[in-house]
Design a protein around this ligand. Structure first.
Ligand SMILES: NC(=O)c1ccc[n+]([C@@H]2O[C@H](COP(=O)([O-])OP(=O)(O)OC[C@H]3O[C@@H](n4cnc5c(N)ncnc54)[C@H](OP(=O)(O)O)[C@@H]3O)[C@@H](O)[C@H]2O)c1
Length: 177
């Protein structure tokens, strides 16, 4: 059994595709009901309440962490997965420098560190894969995914010169005055 943590924008699509178990706070929402109809098992719980996560973790061998990057909450899930002997955790994250000025990026780094410390085998899904998928869906040869080293979610604000150096040749080639 695979547990998907929360049915937000990313989690509901994940749960719809996997049709395994998804943890939600309120099973009566339209989203939760639609997921149940699509074949997902609904577990009611709160990521701030470890006992409710343990209940949802019963019989779980794999966890997909697509919840908000709140360290206390996602680390509750990691601790519960360790107690349950789950074999693998997949976590949606980003390039997450510990010294980022953006709290959400630092929190991702904190969660990644907790995951590493747990020794549970895990896979980190970073945003570069998302960029590559978007570029791959564009007409052949048009799009390219590039990574700005050391940047977080807002490279245009953090490293404007590097972003300009990547974007300007593209605009020069394709933009029509
Ligand atoms: N959206 C994107 O495009 C995108 C892209 C890449 C990565 N991500 C990452 O994916 C993760 C999820 O993002 P999202 O956009 O899918 O989030 P979202 O749509 O805002 O959904 C968050 C979900 O978390 C639930 N939740 C919040 N606190 C909870 C708690 N204490 N216990 C149980 N459930 C709780 C909410 O439930 P309620 O309905 O009960 O409030 C909601 O279903 C984030 O880490 C985000 O950075 C998002």
């Amino acid at each position: 059994m695979i547990l998907v943590t929360t049915a937000g924008k990313v989690g509901s699509e994940t749960a719809r595709l996997l049709r395994e178990r998804v943890l939600v706070r309120d099973p009566a929402t339209a989203t939760a009901r639609a997921l149940a109809e699509a074949g997902a098992e609904i577990a009611t719980g709160d990521l701030g309440v470890p006992a409710s996560i343990d209940e949802a973790m019963s019989g779980v061998t794999g966890v997909v962490l697509v919840s908000p990057a709140v360290p206390a909450q996602e680390l509750n899930v990691v601790a519960s997965a360790a107690r349950a002997g789950a074999g693998h955790v997949v976590k949606a994250t980003s390039k997450a420098p510990t010294g980022s000025p953006i709290a959400r990026r630092r929190w991702q780094a904190e969660i990644e560190a907790g995951l590493t410390a747990s020794a549970i085998p895990h896979t980190l899904l970073r945003s570069h894969a998302e960029g590559e998928a978007i570029a791959g869906a564009m007409p052949a040869g048009l799009g390219t995914a590039a990574t700005v080293g050391g940047a977080g979610h807002y490279p245009h604000a953090q490293c404007p010169d590097q972003v300009a150096a990547l974007v300007t040749p593209f605009l020069a080639k394709y933009a029509h005055a």
